[in-house]
Design a protein around this ligand. Sequence first.
Ligand code: F6R
Length: 365
Amino acid sequence: VLDGYASFYEMELQQSPSAFYDTVAALMTTDHQAVVDQLSIDPYELQRIRKVVIIGCGTSYHAGLVGRYLIEHLARIPVEVDVASEYRYRDPILDADTLVVGISQSGESLETITALRECVASGARTIAITNVIGSQLSRVADGVLYTRAGPEISVASTKTHLAQVGALGMLAIYLGELKGVLYPDEASRRRQELIAMAELLRATLDRQSQWRAGIGDYLSREHFFFIGRNLLYPVAMEGALKMKELSYIAAEAYPAGELKHGPIAMLDEQAVVVALLGDDRLHEKMLGNIEEVRARGATILAVATDGDAGPDELADIVLRVPKSEALWSPLLMVLPLQVMAGWMAQARGYDLDKPRNLAKTVTVE
Ligand code: F6R
């Protein structure tokens, strides 16, 4: 039936590279200039932006958290990220120099729509990032960046998350260019880098049988921690969310440095710690954090890049992803986590496409 896949979840996960590619390609010309006709916000107005606020729910919120690092790094604009249902009730401080980005795959999550509508009323500039043309969110916002992931049927989001991060990357580069943080040639190099990630996404997904070897022992475990730092922390959050919603087990995400401030007390031989080890300036610190959890007897499942010998002696198992520019590594690191969450649910005999208690689109508050 589904192209040979047993579930939409597996099929859609496999479609991530094209969802990502199509999204990013539509936002640039063939010579890597920005295509912004759907933003509907004057570039001069965007140049004036002094704060960006990103709101969304669930997986879209996690994409927003990755987006924060991208925008702060590439455009040097301070970014706030909040879940839509919280942001709205914070009595937000907004003005015309604030850009609010509402992210929603469906474009129909009520909380994101109502929060964004209030931002419009407060005079902020607004952009929707959504996968559905003509959705409510796209109509509320001043401008739209569409993700072009195609329909997503599985309740748990996979490919749309990659597409959202791609769209946020393109927005970050554009804002960086407008702000003069990136010279035009740097901006086009960044766009080239970003679109080239589609190939690496494909190469990463081709490693599933490699990952599967050795992981079988852990699929029945009941208690998982996900740790990461910097832009891999939101990836840890997304990994934990996927596992919770598909396998109904306790999975918590922590910034690796925060473990010792409390949650480390929970660790024992029963726990599996999934450690996301980036190829970046925090690599050594992260290894130190892995040593801390190892000393508590926890099983360590590291996700690391090719050629990184750091986790070899420390981890019980290492899932490898290709090397990439550290800034774009969240795109690759999330894939083994999405895949693993699917395997865990399958091992328990659960429906991958329709987890219990969940709806694809949440239209109540
Ligand atoms: C998780 C998941 C949900 C959605 C959330 C927001 O896999 O699918 O957490 O991400 O309900 O939905 P959208 O993006 O449609 O607003």
